[in-house]
Structures are given as structure tokens and as C-alpha cells.
Design a protein around this ligand. Structure first.
Ligand SMILES: [Zn+2]
Length: 278
């Protein structure tokens, strides 16, 4: 009898833990305004930030290259739990930190054969790759997300990513850490890029959560925010206000932001302001 009660308690504990670990996203129209201050956003901000759309139509501008690019092998505390294909792999330090958190979480699930095959590439390196690999396999200089330092190609040291447990885990969980599978199988017509199970892009939270939950790609997400103008995202007990501002005709605009906020351009004609409370 005691055993049965204990088993039930244990089961309830497991279920509760599972529910708690599943972030809830509740997207709705704005119904409250965040109290904060007014900031001025300059037109140049269209071209920098974590949400830049980088594709065949929208190349990375100089200001879109992340300012915190580091050599991963120089930062051994960051490169723990995964390997590097080459010693000269670089990435935004912020992105590398978030990647590190993700790898630690995967290891807890017993998934631990990750390898980074490619990170940040200069325009010159991209041009070289494009000349060597051709249009089928590489983008010209400036048109690759790797040129901004926001993307990385993740592999498994055991097998092809398509079949690896590492790939499956990332497809399911990467959004919790701000990453998205940038070129999903079913979205090739929208992204213009064939399925790449290894290419992950950092966009940050709560954006990766909305993209995952609504089954969007970055092209669709930016369109969605632009159309809605503002959405509220409820995630892990945190409330985020995500707003789009069109800047094409003005040199700058005044925007009301929350106490804690982030501004990112869309690399097209506007900026996305994300506010939340600490
Ligand atoms: Zn890639």
C-alpha cells in the first residue's frame, strides 16, 4: 500500500516537473502599456541587432556584424561539452554563451556529441567559400547569416546531423535558448534554402519561442510582427511586449520602451523593440 502511494507521489512529481519545464507562450493583443521612458531610434538601427533578416534579398551591412566576435578556442571555459571542427572558429560571445547553456541542458538529457563546424565568417572568407563551393552550397559575400556572427553550423561528432540525436534534440529544444532551425525542410519555398539540419540562428527570447510555437521562419515572423504592430508574449512567468516600428521615411522616431528593452533592426525598413520587466 505504502509503495503504491509513493509511486503515485513520484508520478505526480514527475508530471509537475514536466509541466513546469514546458514554457507557456500566450500570444495576445496588447492590453497594457509598459511604463518606462521614451527613446529615440535612428534609421541606422534598421541594420543591426539579433533579428536581422539576412537572405538573398537583404545582405549584412557593416553595422550588422556583431561587435563581440571571439575565437572560441581562446575561451576554453566556453568550449566545454562540445568540440570544434577547426581551431579558428569564431562567434559572437553572447551567442556562444547562450549556445553553452543549451549544450549543458542537452547533456542533462544524455545528448553530448555536439561539434561546431562553422561560425562567423568574414566577407572575404564567404567570397572564397562561394567561389569554391558554388551557388548551390554557399551564398555570396554578405548574404550569409554567418557573416553577422549570429549563426553556427552544428554537427554531431558521431554521424550526419540529419540522423543524429543531437539534431533531433536541437530541433525540439533550441528555441528555449533563443535559437531557431533557420532552414526547415518544409519552408524551403519561403527561405529559398534547402533543408539544413545543422544551421542554427540566434534570435533571442521571446522571439525563438514564438517562431517555434507558430511554426514560422524568420521571414514569416518579421512579417507577422510588422502586421500586428505589437504582440504580448507570456513566457516562463515573464511578460514581453514586442513592437514593430517602420522607419523608412524618417531619420529617427521616438518610441516608448519598458524598463528593460532591446532594439533590433529587421534589415529591411524597421526596428523591433522588445520590452520586459525584470
Ligand atoms: Zn550555416
Amino acid at each position: 500500500m505504502k509503495k503504491a502511494v509513493l509511486t503515485i507521489l513520484l508520478l505526480l512529481l514527475i508530471i509537475a516537473k514536466y509541466i513546469y519545464s514546458q514554457p507557456k507562450i500566450d500570444i495576445r493583443e496588447p492590453n497594457e502599456k509598459f511604463l518606462g521612458s521614451t527613446i529615440s531610434i535612428e534609421k541606422g538601427q534598421i541594420y543591426s541587432g539579433h533579428l536581422l533578416l539576412i537572405n538573398q534579398g537583404y545582405p549584412v551591412q557593416d553595422s550588422g556584424i556583431m561587435k563581440d566576435i571571439i575565437h572560441l578556442s581562446d575561451n576554453t571555459f566556453l568550449v566545454q561539452g562540445y568540440s570544434l571542427l577547426q581551431p579558428d572558429i569564431r562567434l559572437s560571445e553572447h551567442v556562444a554563451n547562450e549556445f553553452s547553456k543549451m549544450i549543458k541542458a542537452a547533456a542533462k538529457d544524455g545528448i553530448d556529441d555536439f561539434m561546431i563546424n562553422s561560425g562567423y565568417r568574414t566577407f572575404e572568407e564567404q567570397e572564397q567559400l562561394y567561389l569554391e563551393m558554388g551557388t548551390e552550397y554557399a551564398m555570396p559575400a554578405g548574404f550569409s547569416e554567418h557573416n553577422a556572427g549570429l549563426s553556427l553550423d552544428i554537427g554531431s561528432s558521431k554521424m550526419k546531423m540529419e540522423n543524429a540525436r543531437e539534431g533531433k534534440w536541437l530541433e525540439k529544444n533550441a528555441w528555449k535558448y533563443g535559437f531557431i532551425l533557420r532552414y526547415p525542410k518544409k519552408k524551403a519555398a519561403i527561405t529559398g534554402i534547402q533543408y539544413e539540419p545543422w544551421h542554427f540562428r540566434y534570435v533571442g527570447l521571446p522571439h525563438s519561442a514564438v517562431i517555434h510555437q507558430k511554426d514560422l521562419v524568420l521571414e514569416q515572423y518579421l512579417k507577422y510582427i510588422k502586421k500586428k504592430k505589437t504582440i504580448m508574449v507570456h513566457l516562463n512567468g515573464e511578460e514581453y511586449e514586442v513592437s514593430y516600428y517602420h522607419l523608412a521615411d524618417q531619420a529617427s522616431i521616438d518610441v516608448e520602451v519598458g524598463n528593460t528593452y532591446e532594439v533590433s533592426g529587421d534589415n529591411m525598413s524597421g526596428v523591433i523593440v522588445t520590452s520586459w520587466e525584470l
